[in-house]
Design a protein around this ligand. Sequence first.
Ligand code: F6P
Length: 324
Amino acid sequence: IKKIAVLTSGGDSPGMNAAIRAVVRSCAYHNLEAVGVYRGLQGLIEGDFKELGPRSVKNIINRGGTFLKTARSQEFKTKKGRAKAYKSLVDSNIDALVAIGGDGTFTGCKIFYEEFNFPIVGLPGTIDNDINGTDYTIGYDTALNTVVESIDKIRDTANSHNRLFLIEVMGRDAGDIALNAGIGAGAEEILIPEQNLGRDRLLDSLKKSKKSGKSSSIVVVAEGDQIGKNIFQLAEYIKENLTEYEVKVTVLGHIQRGGAPSCFDRVLASRLGVGAVDALLDGKKNIMIGLVHNKIVHVDFGKGLEGENKIDIDLIRVADITSV
Ligand code: F6P
C-alpha cells in the first residue's frame, strides 16, 4: 500500500476532522501518500480528490463538522455510480480507502468491497452511537455534552415558570443520546425507541411527580420514539390530561451536530484514525475500527455490524431511580 484516500460521508459529527487528521498524519508517519476525498461517496464518484500532507490538517483537531465536507450519495447506491467510483480510485493510483461515517456509509462500503475487492476500512462517525461493534462513535460524546448544556439552560426557565418541557433530541432510530443525556441532565422521564413507555404511563408518572412536590419537569424524547414521533401531538395530549402544568416543546435539532469536539471525541478519533492505517498496513480490509472496553478492535463489515441497537437497559433503571 502506497496511497490511502480518506473521506467523510453521511451526517457530519464533531471529531471527524480529528479523525481525518489522524489518518493523514499516520500516512505521513509511515511514508504513505494521503488523499482527501471531498463530499463523501459522491466525491469518490466524481474524483473530487486533493493530496493531503501533515500540514494540510493543521488547526482542525478543535473544529466541528468536516473540512472534507460530506454528502448522502444516492448515486453510490447504484452499480453504475460505484463503478465510476472504482475507476476514480484506480485512475488516481489509490490503493485503499478510509471511510468515516455511519451505517449508511458502511453498507455502501461493504457492497463496494464485495464488487471490486477494493481495500476499505471504516471509522464509526455519527452522533447517534448506533453502530454495533464499538462502544462509542465519533461525535456522540460531544453531542451528549451539547444536549446536557442545552437542557441545563431550559431547566432554568422551566423551573422559574413551573413548566413542563418536552425536549426532542436526535439519534435517528436509537435512544442512546436521549437516555444518556437524559440521565446527565436529570430528566423526569426519557422516551426512547428501545422501550415503549406508552402515553398513559408517562401521564401517570408526571402526575405522581407533581404530587410528590416537583414544580417543573423535563421530559427528554428521542426523535425515533413511537409516542414522541410527533412531539407536538404528545404535548397537546399532555395539556388536555394534565392541567397542572403549562407544557412547552423544544426541538434541539442540528445544534446537536455542531461545535468543537470534546476531548473524549478528539482522542477517540485520533486512536481510530491511527488504527485504520495500522490495519491497512497489516493487510486488513472490509472492517470497521471500533473501541470496545477501551481497546481498539476490528469488526467485520458484514456480521459484526448487524443486529439490534446495543443500548444498556440498566441505564433505564438508573434513570427511573434517580428521577423519583
Ligand atoms: O445520523 C445523524 C443525524 O443527525 C440523526 O440524528 C438525524 O436523524 C439525522 O442525522 C438528520 O439528518 P439530516 O441532517 O440529513 O437532516
